[in-house]
Design a protein around this ligand. Structure first.
Ligand SMILES: [Mn+2]
Length: 258
């Protein structure tokens, strides 16, 4: 069995090594990830720049492939250039910081990599860890983060996926690990509305012209049964089944067009 492991925090991030460590007793692991921090890049594909693949020695001494592009670039090169055959499972993460809700699902690079792999029928897990401190969300492997519980949950889930694949009609799973878990169960939840309310900072450049910096304040999760509510308020490990097909109600559209 083979696992392709990627992320959006970059190949040097500690979370990708945690993901590798979590599943290496189950299968062969191949770490193929962007060289640089790509959080927020979504499902972007590089079409007008050359892409390089550089070999990296990961902190555990093993070989990894760093791609000079996006998470989707890394997965595409992984599947169609670097690996000889498609893996039995793809894991995106472990992301530093949660990935919740409908709104940012397609801006998340963690989900971007996952959606790309899942679109080729590979059973895929996107996994993210809630972190208490805002300043470590874009860490590059230099800050010590405790991925032990997240790794344990990932191992549990990957074992099931490798044995049974995913249920019919489900393309990928979005998993979020709380900072202070109350149990070792998976709570099946639907997507909430969003993770953040945009918080835009306007600054002045040295020539007096405005520039903007997009940030966010956590959305106030208020709907029980959603990922944001159960993770943030309940400190449960949430798991959401996703499908890539975004097609909505065709009949109501046909009626509307008449
Ligand atoms: Mn990230």
């Amino acid at each position: 069995m083979k696992a392709l492991i990627s992320n959006d925090d970059g190949i040097t991030a500690s979370g990708i090594l945690a993901a590798k460590k979590a599943v290496e007793n189950l299968c062969d692991t191949y770490v193929i990830a962007p060289e640089t921090q790509q959080s927020g890049i979504g499902h972007a594909l590089t079409l007008y720049e050359p892409l390089r693949v550089n070999e990296y020695t990961l902190k555990d001494g093993s070989l990894g492939y760093g791609v000079s592009g996006t998470p989707t670039d890394a997965v595409t090169l992984g599947l169609f250039e670097i690996l000889e055959e498609h893996p039995d499972i793809m894991i995106s993460g472990i992301n530093t910081g949660y990935n919740l809700g409908q709104a940012e699902l397609t801006t998340s690079g963690t989900l971007g990599a996952a959606i790309e792999a899942a679109s080729f029928g590979i059973p895929t897990i996107a996994i993210s860890l809630e972190v208490a401190r805002d300043d470590i969300k874009f860490e590059n492997g230099e800050i010590e983060i405790d991925f032990d519980f997240a790794g344990k949950m990932l191992n549990k889930l990957a074992k099931i996926v490798l044995k049974k694949g995913l249920p019919e009609g489900i393309d990928l799973l979005n998993v979020n690990i709380p900072a202070n878990p109350i149990n070792e169960e998976f709570e099946v939840v639907k997507l909430g509305k969003r993770m953040y309310i945009p918080n835009i900072e306007e600054r002045l450049d040295p020539r007096g012209k405005s520039y903007y910096w997009i940030g966010g304040e956590p959305y106030d999760f208020d709907e029980p049964g959603t990922d944001g509510y159960e993770l943030r308020r309940g400190q449960k490990t949430t798991i959401t089944p996703l499908k890539i097909d975004l097609t909505n109600d065709m009949d109501s559209l046909k009626k509307w067009l008449k």
